[in-house]
Design a protein around this ligand. Structure first.
Ligand code: PEP
Ligand code: MN
Length: 331
């Protein structure tokens, strides 16, 4: 249940009531947004004098739900860069920051194409401890440098909570990776900040679990949350994961959070990425997250799935017509 409570509610009452019933709340301009588990169907007696509006919810998908807020939540990445229903934002870059030269090459290339947001990881959550783990703080320094040099916005991932503050400070969008979807240290740090967040779906997570993870960020007042479908594990082994476009359709109709699709990690092979990108664009998603590398065969992570510049340019040339067909402009 969601309640809008008058701002003049005594703070002791607010704190005690919330502690008693495991409610979470934040101040949103004119009122407190106070969220109780969906099992609560009646307004608590002591809060009644302060209630401006109440919303009975069916599940703990609450602030992210269209039944609470029917409009898609608009995200401001920068004063001149917003995510909304009129645009599909193309985000691209290598899986990992590998060197100053590699990052500079890809940043120069993407800026030349008009891409506004660069992706690249510095803290990589690898499957094996014996593979490249990312350049860490050095990657954040290199990303800041290309941000300045090329005027690109940066999205980079947090592997765990030990470096989340640096990522919040030095990125324009915090990426929470599939393996980190349940990392409460990361979720809670993002909840306390106002930085936009891209929350990727764990490959074994249901849509309900993804949305409940997003609620950990929303309930503390950070409404700048976007979701990313990046493939789930199924019985199929010919592709790395299975891109759940049914899930995208579900999220669009039930959630008010912008949706990105990452075809690179879903497919795991570069050859399938252009078609999946167009399929996602044709669904009218708010964003695409695509891996591109100056020399994919030499990449230190996810080599098989990264597009080279020629393949990315060919894909890029076809996307505006696809987004236009569903009423969106490619950003
Ligand atoms: C990535 O974007 O490079 C990444 C690690 O993705 P995921 O968290 O979806 O596996
Ligand atoms: Mn990757």
């Amino acid at each position: 249940m969601i309640l809008h409570l008058k701002k003049d509610i005594p703070s002791a009452l607010l704190v005690e009531e919330a502690a008693r019933s495991h409610a979470r709340y934040h101040l949103n301009g004119a009122h407190y947004v106070y969220v109780l588990g969906a099992a609560h169907k009646e307004v608590p007696e002591l809060l009644k004098p302060y209630v401006e509006a109440s919303f009975v919810m069916e599940t703990d998908r609450q602030l992210s739900s269209r039944s609470y807020c029917a409009q898609l939540r608009k995200i401001e990445i920068a004063p001149d860069l917003c995510i909304d229903e009129a645009h599909t934002l193309l985000v691209a870059g290598p899986c990992s920051v590998e060197s100053e030269v590699q990052l500079d090459q890809v940043a120069a290339y993407l800026q030349g194409l008009g891409v506004r947001v660069l992706r690249a990881g510095g803290y990589k959550p690898r499957t094996s401890p014996y593979s490249f783990q990312g350049l860490g703080a050095e990657a954040l320094r290199l990303l800041s440098a290309v941000r300045e040099k090329y005027g690109l916005r940066i999205i980079t991932e947090a592997r765990d909570a030990t470096h989340i503050e640096a990522i919040i400070e030095q990125s324009d969008i915090v990426q929470i990776g599939a393996k980190a979807m349940y990392d409460h240290g990361i979720l809670r740090a993002c909840a306390q900040s106002s930085r936009p967040v891209l929350l990727k779906r764990g490959f074994g997570a249901t849509l309900q679990e993804l949305l409940q993870a997003s609620e950990f960020i929303l309930c503390e007042g950070n409404m700048q949350v976007m979701l990313c479908e990046r493939g789930i594990r199924t019985f199929e082994q010919k592709t790395r994961f299975t891109l759940d476009l049914c899930g995208v359709a579900y999220l669009r109709s039930h959630s008010n959070l912008p949706i990105f699709v990452d075809p690179s990690h879903a497919m795991g092979h570069a050859y399938g990425v252009p078609d999946l990108s167009r399929a996602a664009a044709a669904m009218g998603v708010e964003g695409l997250l695509i891996e591109v590398h100056p020399a994919p065969q030499k990449a230190l992570s996810d080599a098989a799935q990264q597009l080279d510049f020629a393949a990315f340019s060919a894909l890029h040339a076809t996307l505006p017509a696809v987004t236009a067909a569903v009423g969106r402009k490619l950003l």
